[in-house]
Design a binder for this molecule. Structure first.
Ligand SMILES: Nc1nc2c(c(=O)[nH]1)N[C@H]1C(S)=C(S)[C@@H](COP(=O)(O)O)O[C@H]1N2
Ligand SMILES: [Mo]
Length: 513
């Protein structure tokens, strides 16, 4: 009861202070930051995008366990039990103030208030039960008898407990309402965004980019289906009207701070770009294509006086920082080499969804998301790879990570039982910024057969393919491989996702009936 009250109090204060400062989110965030690459990968593999839910459920379970332990302890030692609750407050406060996005000491408030409320309640409740606890220590007297006879204040306990439960529930509801008010400005600012029509439009997606085979992923991934990978336990809700982006650092002759409206006044480009996560296993789903609208990042940097490293610029790493303290480093050379690196404001015709980085995120064709696609970005710093390691690099991932040439069979699904005869095998292949030139399919250990490529949208997008297979009865393994425009054939060498992306070839086992 006291533990529940402590949590409700803490979360309702957090709603007032900062949703990210609540003890569960703060401790969860600290845990995520301390998770080694291997474990994080394991969590993503096993729980997918639900990994955050699993983590928070785990934290709640641990808290419940400790709360009951402290409850039993408090029956004998009221003060010690109550102090135990305070220890949890300290853990929450330290975690919250130590977060990279911490707003300072005020972030300790939710944990402190929650712990004090919990400790006081535990002390009072245990006081009402104390006689029962002491009675049971005396031999010959059972603690199970009538409460009043044992001398414990049953009525008092029930009264306090009921009041506490009601107050906790009330605090919880109040917290939710407050949290809603807090994000209202951000939601309103997103609703107010009208994306001007881009000065440089994306060419219409060729009709032939989508193969007409059931089970193949749509060429453009709808926003609601777009994979989401980030460390944010609470999606940051940023108000676009107060948002600013600062550009500064080594070799920046004219540092710049821009607002969202400043960006809207610039020429917008619109491009189809496929985004891939380094945590995507061979055959995995952490890849998607969107039509992004944004501002050319190279132009903006050039206006600040930034030069390419190959032209003598002193900075070779561009570090993007987000409002939640994420840091993502990209090679300045790649960002400025003429590819469509952008500060994206729009995704598939609407302002960025909050989960995908509203108001502004980076997108750089050809690089995995963790070295290019900072969401909720608010700061761009020019630095060097030698002097600064961003978030993921400190956790075992590679400094530089161009997307590896990959292909995936979307249909048939693993363990499908198609009928003998013509079976369409189809899927996607990607090698962003190089382009896909060939896809081949192999049945069992047979020869590689060329698949039919769908029309190419751009070399920054994935490309669909299909292969009409004359399937014969029995079990078969279908394998796919792609060749990119540099002539590199997708390697058969299997590699885990850590440190710079999975490699190997996707196979699907089917039984033809
Ligand atoms: N602020 C922030 N930006 C981030 C991340 C993050 O954890 N925090 N994750 C990165 C990773 S690993 C990937 S793959 C992409 C995923 O973008 P999406 O969630 O929009 O698909 O965002 C990148 N940008
Ligand atoms: Mo990623």
């Amino acid at each position: 009861m006291a533990g529940f009250a402590a949590l409700c109090a803490a979360e309702s204060v957090a709603a007032r202070v900062r949703p990210q400062a609540g003890p569960v989110v703060a401790v969860g965030g600290a845990a995520v930051d301390r998770t080694p690459a291997g474990v994080k990968d394991w969590a993503i593999q096993n729980f997918g995008t639900d990994d955050k839910l699993v983590l928070q459920a785990g934290i709640l379970a641990v808290l419940a366990l400790f709360a009951s332990t402290l409850g039993f302890l408090a029956l004998r030692h009221r003060r010690t039990g109550a102090c135990g609750v305070l220890v949890f407050g300290v853990v929450g406060a330290v975690a919250a103030t130590g977060r990279p996005d911490s707003a300072g000491l005020t972030d300790a408030l939710p944990s402190v208030v929650g712990a004090v409320a919990g400790a006081v309640l535990l002390y009072v409740l245990a006081g009402r039960l104390r006689w029962a606890g002491q009675a049971s220590e005396e031999p010959g007297r059972s603690a199970g008898g009538s409460g009043a006879a044992e001398g414990w204040d049953r009525r008092g306990f029930v009264r306090v407990a009921t009041a506490a439960a009601a107050a906790s529930a009330g605090a919880g509801v109040l917290g939710r309402t407050l949290a809603g008010t807090r994000s209202r400005d951000a939601v309103a600012s997103r609703e107010d965004v009208v994306l001007p029509s881009p000065g440089s439009r994306a060419a219409a997606t060729p009709a032939g980019a989508q193969v007409r085979v059931d089970g193949v992923s749509p060429f453009v991934t709808p926003n609601k289906d777009f994979y989401r990978v980030d460390t944010a336990l609470v999606v940051p809700k940023v108000d676009a009207t107060t948002w600013r982006l600062r550009i500064h650092g080594k070799g920046v002759r004219r540092p710049l701070t821009v607002s969202f409206d400043d960006l809207l006044r610039r020429e917008l480009i619109e491009r189809d770009i496929t985004l891939t996560c380094v945590s995507n296993e061979v055959g995995g789903a952490y890849v998607g294509t969107a039509r992004w609208t944004g501002v050319r990042l190279a132009d903006l940097l050039a206006e600040c006086g930034v030069r390419l490293p190959s032209h003598g610029g002193p900075a070779d790493q561009l570090v993007a920082r987000s409002v939640d303290g994420m840091t993502i480093g990209s090679p300045v050379e790649d960002v400025m080499d003429g590819r469509d690196a952008m500060l994206a404001l729009g995704m598939n015709g609407e302002p960025l969804p909050f989960a995908h980085g509203f108001p502004v995120r980076m997108v750089v064709p050809g690089l995995y998301g963790y070295v290019s696609a900072c969401k909720w970005v608010e700061d761009l710093e020019l630095t060097t790879f030698d002097t600064y390691d961003p978030y993921w690099i400190r956790r075992g991932w590679a400094r530089r990570a161009p997307v590896k040439t990959q292909s995936r069979i979307d249909t048939p699904k693993p363990f499908a039982r198609p009928k003998a005869g013509a079976v369409m095998v189809a899927g996607v292949a990607w090698a962003q910024h190089r382009g896909i030139d060939k896809v081949e399919v192999r049945v069992d250990d047979g020869p590689w057969r060329e698949a039919t490529l769908a029309a190419e949208d751009s070399r920054d997008t994935w490309r669909q393919w299909s292969y009409a297979w004359q399937a014969t009865k029995g079990g078969h393994t279908l394998t796919v491989r792609a060749t990119d425009r540099t002539g590199t054939v997708q390697t058969q060498k299997r590699a885990r996702t850590v440190p710079d992306g999975a490699s190997g070839r996707h196979s699907v086992v089917v039984t033809v009936e």
